[in-house]
Design a binder for this molecule. Structure first.
Ligand SMILES: Nc1ncnc2c1ncn2[C@@H]1O[C@H](COP(=O)(O)OP(=O)(O)OP(=O)(O)O)[C@@H](O)[C@H]1O
Length: 232
């Protein structure tokens, strides 16, 4: 497997908040990485650094320039226009002609099962449909890597399963997945590797089996307590 990104000694502050501390992380193409940790531990910040939206104050981020990434945010936004135009706009902003953008957008909506509501005002979509719209918008860009910030956080069980199924299909088609989640069951289902964060640091980075089946040992005592707390 070739590398997608390598972070070394990454540090990032928001004013007085030390959001990322000495992050060393290498992610290879084809991996499915689940980021877990308490609120405020730095998961979203790390995803934004991986996406290139945030520049660290110190350390290095080296990405394989031949690989494209796309990000799906926790609370997906939609403009007051059709679902189709919402997806097409993302393509148009990257230089695709409007006519082609609309064609590709329709394909993308079909990919996530939303072809039937392509002409609906996106503001009238349910939370689950909106999250799938966000996935279509990301998928339309043809990313090699998909970064997702708590993609099913506010969804009902049915919508959650639909989004998880799409993530699974994307991964099976060869896409690299990096996602933050508070749902440990979801991490077990979808991730092959778990990165546990606490107060801006990575305290455990293990294959999913090793992480959940433990024992994690002294170095990851905090991760063990976190998992027990969440599952207990
Ligand atoms: N734009 C910002 N300005 C100031 N502080 C921020 C900003 N974004 C994040 N922070 C702070 O940085 C720290 C890490 O936040 P981050 O959102 O990365 O955590 P998280 O693990 O994703 O949390 P959650 O599970 O609640 O989404 C927190 O203390 C947060 O308050």
């Amino acid at each position: 497997m070739s590398g997608w990104v390598q972070l070394q000694g990454v540090d990032l502050h928001f004013g007085a908040v030390h959001a990322l501390r000495g992050i060393d992380l290498r992610i290879a193409a084809g991996e499915r990485v689940g980021l877990i940790g308490a609120n405020g531990s730095g998961k979203s910040t790390l995803l934004r650094v991986l996406d290139g939206l945030l520049k660290p104050g110190a350390g290095s981020v080296v990405r394989d320039g031949a690989m494209r990434q796309a990000m799906v945010f926790q609370r997906p936004f939609a403009l007051r226009m059709t679902a189709l135009s919402n997806v097409a706009l993302a393509l148009w902003l990257r230089g695709v002609r409007w006519r082609d953008a609309k064609e590709r957008a329709l394909l993308a909506l079909g990919r996530v099962g939303l072809a039937a509501i392509a002409l609906r005002n996106a503001r009238t979509l349910s939370g689950g449909q909106l999250q799938r719209l966000a996935l279509a918008r990301a998928w339309a860009l043809g990313p090699h890597v998909l970064l997702l910030d708590e993609p099913t956080a506010s969804l009902d069980p049915h919508a959650k399963r639909e989004v998880e199924a799409l993530m699974e299909e994307f991964a099976e088609s060869g896409m690299t997945l990096v996602f933050a989640s508070h749902n440990l069951g979801q991490v077990k289902r979808l991730a092959t590797r778990v990165v546990y964060m606490e107060q801006g640091r990575i305290l455990a980075d293990l294959p999913v089996r090793a992480f959940f089946d433990g024992p994690l040992g002294e170095t990851s005592r905090e991760a063990e307590l976190f998992v027990k707390g969440e599952l207990g």
